[in-house]
Design a protein around this ligand. Sequence first.
Ligand code: PLP
Length: 398
Amino acid sequence: MSYQRSDFDKWMVPNYNPAKIIPVRGQGSRVWDTEGRDYIDFAAGIAVNAVGHCHPKIVDALKAQAEKLWHVSNVFTNEPILALAERLVRHTFAEKVFFANSGAEANEAAFKLARKYAHDHFGEEKSEIIAFYKGFHGRTLFTVSVGGQAKYTRGYEPLPAGIRHLPYNDIEALTDAVSDKTCAVVLEPIQGEGGIIPAERDFIQAARAVCDKHNALLIFDEVQTGVGRTGKLYAYEHFGVTPDILTTAKALGGGFPVGAMLTTADIAASFGIGSHGSTYGGNALAGAVGCAVFDIVNQPEVLDGVVTKGQQLQEALSRFAEQYKLFDRPRGMGLMIGLPMTEAWQGRAKEVITEALSDGVMLLIAGPDTIRLVPSLLISDEEIQEGLKRFEKTLQRL
Ligand code: PLP
């Protein structure tokens, strides 16, 4: 089997423009390409490979389940997915879980449930969803419409109605906008795709208060911030606020596609039998891998390690910011770090990460003006140092 990057252009729909190299193997936070060159992975499949590539415990969990039972659909339940649901309920505010296959699907379920709950309890007038500019919630038509980036909805009109966008971290705009017609306020505790922009504590608390005042549900999209990424199992724990619905995906499966929507028993009751569904959601393989990932991540030493490794990276990157002046001081929490490009380098984040790849380090962008680092939560000191060394080489050259 030997393929080239040019084969992608031959056979694939052109909605992506993948890098020139083709990764073929990964171990921990190192990846090798078809030519045998190695890369330090600060991208982790876009915040997915929370325990690195091919962690032996998730490989074993997948293999063991693969020899037992793969899929039975939701006509039956299965033990691995019940075990994952039990873990999520035990370790979060939630009392009920709905499983999907991706972040967008978890959000689609959340937004539908918020509408349904409002209709069930307050009538059809209560249907407005309030969301934020630069927010990102997925690429289905509903989720992309709730997302606050016009570039992702352009050309797909007509869009679903009843969605309004506000500036993020603007308490006044939020308290003015929410009314008895609002069924939900949806936010990311740290905007990811929008440029790694953390919410202010006061903003999150104001969102909770205004939702309570108007019987609106508070939905946290923790697809990117969840499963240990910020140093807590879920980022809501940092803010002293509990959402009504939380969505999680990406790291939940450590590379196996799975998403989930968590909520209370009262709200969950609005998703009665037959009201929503998914053929694969709650698949046994996803459950088995999800449990293995969860058990690795949900340990105090791993979560504390995320904080320490994050600080270590932020210190080194602050030094790079000062020395090379391509980007300003890093922002973010734990191992979700953004490097905002300086004035002179506006719009050129992609160019920098492309160069960095040629020096053997995988980075991401979060919009055109931010470089993003979201490595494995288990990345070793040696991998961090080697990745920084390679990145510094790029910065020196540029
Ligand atoms: N929500 C957030 C906050 C995300 O960062 C993403 C993906 O980047 C999504 C939702 C969509 O997830 P998926 O691509 O798994 O549908």
